[in-house]
Design a binder for this molecule. Structure first.
Ligand SMILES: [Mg+2]
Length: 192
């Protein structure tokens, strides 16, 4: 089967690492539980524009470069790769392509067949111009593994299955047709 996999907060601990960067740079005391939505301005204060700009700043730091995978992610992906075709579908900005490939080859070398950059619901960045659901349909992916309720819902609406990795920002909202998993071990239990 073909599976689509998100990067940030699915494979790699984006928010956890952003928080370390943010607390050190702006002398804040943010915690993961503060991120009740994926619009970072709700957690850090200020405007959406300032939040997006802080993420851009984060992209250029060693914090970002050193971002780590979640426990079990490498092992489960490795096992899934044995019998399935895996694709990255990320809504990171396309200009993060090189940094993204560096991170993927560091932890997930040769595990993904291709990397796709979708449009971003939150920042409205267009990238390839296609949504995650459209890319999943093009790939004939049976499901998307993601931490975003928005992208998961969009997939289910378009006939693609979704596994939603639990996070403080995806707790509110209907999840009909979406399977929740609390960690990679649970994802392995569902798919292996
Ligand atoms: Mg994500």
């Amino acid at each position: 089967m073909n599976f689509a996999v998100d990067i940030d907060d699915t494979l790699l601990d984006f928010v956890g690492t952003y928080i370390v960067f943010h607390n050190e740079t702006f002398k804040t005391n943010l915690k993961k539980e503060d991120f009740k939505t994926y619009s970072f301005n709700h957690a850090r204060g200020g405007t959406m524009k300032q939040a997006v700009s802080s993420v851009r700043q984060f992209y250029n730091t060693d914090f970002f470069k050193e971002m780590k995978p979640f426990p079990g992610a490498i092992e489960i992906i490795q096992e899934l790769k044995e019998n399935n075709d895996l694709f990255i579908v990320t809504s990171r900005p396309y200009n993060m392509k090189n940094g993204t490939f560096d991170q993927l080859s560091k932890y997930f070398l040769n595990m993904f067949s291709e990397v796709f950059f979708s449009s971003n619901h939150y920042t409205r960045a267009k990238n390839s111009g296609k949504t995650k659901a459209e890319i999943c349909n093009d790939l004939e992916a049976s499901l998307l593994i993601d931490d975003s309720l928005v992208y998961s819902k969009e997939c289910v609406k378009n006939g693609v299955g979704a596994i939603l990795l639990d996070a403080p920002w995806n707790q509110n909202g209907s999840v009909e047709g979406i399977t929740r998993a609390k960690d990679w071990k649970e994802i392995g239990g569902l798919l292996l």
